[in-house]
Design a protein around this ligand. Structure first.
Ligand code: FUC
Length: 732
């Protein structure tokens, strides 16, 4: 019997470690040699809407879960994103050795394994998009190893019950939103009993826990944001999932996740993945080199986006979908003067166009809410188009802090990106174009005549500070929102909007007269200016302070994410942007550093981008690799992933009217060797790149869309290529 146990344990442990023997896989794991002791050490799983933070405790596992529609607030009150509840699973296991927990980004699986004096215990968890349930399975190499309790808690006064094999919490928020969570406990062997509202498991061989949660939220303003109560939906999901063997649930989950995740692979040098992630992070923070960790953080951004943003759902908020606070920072909402856009920068670049969709739906909903608003602060001048406040919730309610006139214009950029990358003409015609045109009309009605017959926006602000006179001295004050005409941020966003509109109307062959009018308005827009200390001016007047270290660099919008400024076509302005960035410095909040990685890449300075990568790791990456502002804010994760793309491939510029695919435009010395496959470029291209000793060794450009002629650039060499649909070009 003893011998059998030993053999079984050998078999189980070799299975557990089999995956990690493959070095390609090992590099894509976050792993730790101890359980999480606090929330920001726990590891996230998510299926786009149902998310959880897993602590991996031995004596007690904590599953802190969220569902992305559990929001307080309404159309007028901001409210905030709420934690749903916790599931505590306590096993009578002590003195664990060989402890390991990991998040495998290749398969979106969370695993825990440890040994006690008589057995090897293993767990596997995932949040399944196809099944819409969270699955957590506990196994061991000995029979009857699981005895303990399962307890469900809630933070909003829900009624909690335990019956049969179901734990249930049912409640209502003060805004009338109904919510429900159910946990099914499926034990193999042993017994399951209800004692005082909790489940007691005795001597089970294995236990599978299924969790589903939902609310009565409907993502639809016409329905006043309310749909069916969640009960039936939640129960049905569990019933269907419970009928499937664990292996099948797992297989369907992995297949679904990999259909998105595996589109892009990145290798950056070698690193020792046998070292736990928190130790690698510490070493990196201390200045050590770890290109593998940088590749892991890149893929983590993709993992997080797939896990928090799926078609039909809400967009990823400031914390994705993961929140444990009743009063989360900035409501865990949607801030659109940089943050929510940054969340989606990597979507098209890294082949996750589907994950971009929730943003479009949200923008369309906001348009419904704000188009006819009577709120004098954000009302459009002549009833055309819409704008809003900086921070809003899913229902259109806002914090009312920061009137943000370019809201729709900047957000419409994402619709244009979607078209540029996918070349989906139907999307352009049906979805993007009407929204672009509406935003153009909004600005047509607002622009006024400025100096020298230029057109300026009348009353904007440069998030999130401004020039004020204090005791006769001009200072740039944090948070000041005094309106000013011709603010660079506004001017550049309107230039971007008009440019996208012009291209869109030309491609679709519509509105030729209006196009001509918009073209002439664009030509008259007050252009970016170089100020007295060589900087790119933030305001119409040359008032920038060279000692200003503000985290927002709103006036560099034209450099990134847009294309009005670039080193090849507008070298003087690019130089001014460089002066500005140097003055602002590299030390800032998480997302600000992430943005700067993108800026320096756009200036073709890979080493400086990589220095910012180091700064990001140093003060802004937490043990579970979440970005921190502080506090924790996920935009920096996504801004980083986008930054890495910008270092390796850019496709936003034109030369002589032709799109340019720029290969390795900002490769840092630290990434002397590497390989990336599946990166996307504007124009509908997919690009693979390999390099050694800092030099490109091969590149493949595949054309996924219709016939196209593009310039491919590498270093100082530029080649004109023509590709039919599905054809590829090999750079040698
Ligand atoms: C903007 C930023 C803050 C923070 C918040 C969510 O207000 O200025 O730094 O990121 O959004």
């Amino acid at each position: 019997m003893k011998l059998l146990g030993f053999l079984l344990s050998l078999l189980a442990s070799s299975l557990v470690w089999a995956a990690s023997a493959d070095s390609g896989q090992r590099d894509l794991k976050l792993w730790y040699a101890q359980p999480a002791t606090e929330w920001l050490e726990a590891l996230p799983v998510g299926n786009g809407s149902l998310g959880a933070m897993l602590f991996g405790g031995v004596g007690e596992e904590r599953v802190q879960f969220n569902e992305q529609t559990l929001w307080l607030g309404n159309e007028t009150e901001m409210g905030s994103y709420q934690p749903f509840g916790d599931l505590f699973i306590a096993w009578k296991h002590e003195q664990a050795t060989e402890y390991r927990r990991e998040l495998d980004l290749n398969e979106a699986l969370h695993r825990v394994s440890y040994r006690t004096k008589d057995a090897l215990y293993t767990r596997e968890a995932f949040s399944s998009h196809p099944a819409q349930v969270l699955v957590y399975r506990f196994t061991a190499d000995k029979r009857g190893g699981y005895s303990g309790t399962l307890r469900l808690t809630d933070r909003h006064g829900a009624t909690i019950s335990a019956e049969g094999r179901t734990l249930r919490s049912v409640g209502k928020l003060e805004n009338g939103l109904d919510y429900e969570a159910q946990v099914w406990v499926l034990n193999e062997g042993g017994e399951l009993a209800v004692v005082n509202g909790t489940f007691v498991v005795t001597k089970a061989d294995a236990v599978t826990v299924l969790l589903a949660a939902g609310t009565s939220f409907a993502n639809d303003p016409q329905r006043k944001w309310r749909g069916e109560p969640p009960h039936r939906r939640v129960a049905d999901r569990l019933e269907i999932a419970a009928r499937k063997p664990f292996a099948l649930l797992r297989e369907e989950h992995v297949a679904d996740y990999r259909s998105l995740f595996s589109r892009v692979a990145l290798e950056l040098g070698k690193s020792d993945a046998s070292v736990p992630t928190d130790q690698r992070l510490k070493a990196r923070q201390g200045g050590g080199a770890d290109a593998g960790l940088e590749a892991l953080l890149f893929q983590y951004g993709r993992y997080l986006l797939i896990s928090s943003s799926r078609p039909g759902g809400l967009p990823a908020n400031l914390q994705g979908i993961w929140n444990n606070d009743l009063k989360p920072a900035w409501y865990s909402g949607y801030t659109a003067n940089i943050n929510v856009q940054m969340n989606y920068w990597p979507a098209e670049l890294t082949g996750l166009s589907e994950c971009h969709e929730p943003l479009f739906k949200w923008v369309q909903n906001m348009a419904v809410m704000y188009r006819n608003t009577q709120d004098p602060r954000v009302k459009s001048a002549k009833g055309r188009g819409w704008s809003s406040y900086s921070t809003t919730n899913p229902f259109g309610g806002s914090s009312r802090w920061g009137v943000h006139r370019p809201q729709s214009a900047w957000l419409m950029q994402h619709f244009w990106f979607r078209y540029e990358f996918t070349q989906d003409r139907e999307f352009l015609q049906r979805v993007a174009y009407p929204g672009l045109k509406e935003a153009v009309e909004f600005w047509e009605d607002r622009l006024v005549e400025g100096p020298g017959g230029t057109l300026v926006t009348p009353d904007g602000w440069s998030p999130e500070h401004g020039p004020v006179l204090e005791k006769g001295v001009l200072v740039i004050k944090e948070g000041d929102r005094t309106p000013h005409p011709g603010v660079s941020y506004d001017q550049q966003i309107v230039w971007d909007l008009f440019s996208n509109f012009l291209e869109a109307s030309e491609i679709l062959g519509v509105d030729p007269e209006y196009r001509a009018k918009v073209a002439s308005m664009r030509n008259r827009l007050l252009a970016p200016k170089i100020g007295r200390w060589g900087q790119l001016q933030e305001w119409m007047q040359d008032v920038d302070d060279p000692n200003d270290k503000h985290r927002h660099t709103s006036h560099l919008f034209a450099l990134h994410p847009w294309r009005q400024i670039d080193p090849i076509n507008t070298p003087l302005l690019a130089e001014a942007a460089r002066v500005t960035l140097n003055a602002r410095g590299d030390i800032s909040t998480g997302w600000s550093k992430a943005w700067k990685i993108n800026f320096w890449a756009r200036l073709h300075d890979g080493n400086r981008s990589h220095k910012l990568v180091g700064e990001l790791f140093k003060g802004s990456i937490l043990k579970n690799l979440f970005d921190t502002h502080p506090p924790f804010q996920m935009d920096g994760n996504w801004g980083y992933t986008s930054g890495v793309c910008e270092m390796l491939l850019q496709s936003h510029t034109r030369q002589e009217g032709k799109r340019v695919l720029h290969l390795l435009p900002a490769l840092p010395d630290a990434w002397s060797e590497g390989r990336i496959t599946g990166l996307r470029a504007r124009g509908g291209f997919e690009v693979d790149l390999s390099w050694e000793k800092g030099r490109l060794t091969s590149a493949t450009v595949r054309n996924l869309a219709g016939p196209a002629t593009v310039l491919v650039r590498h270093g100082t060499e530029t080649r004109l290529i023509h590709l039919e649909k599905a054809q590829s070009y090999q750079w040698k």
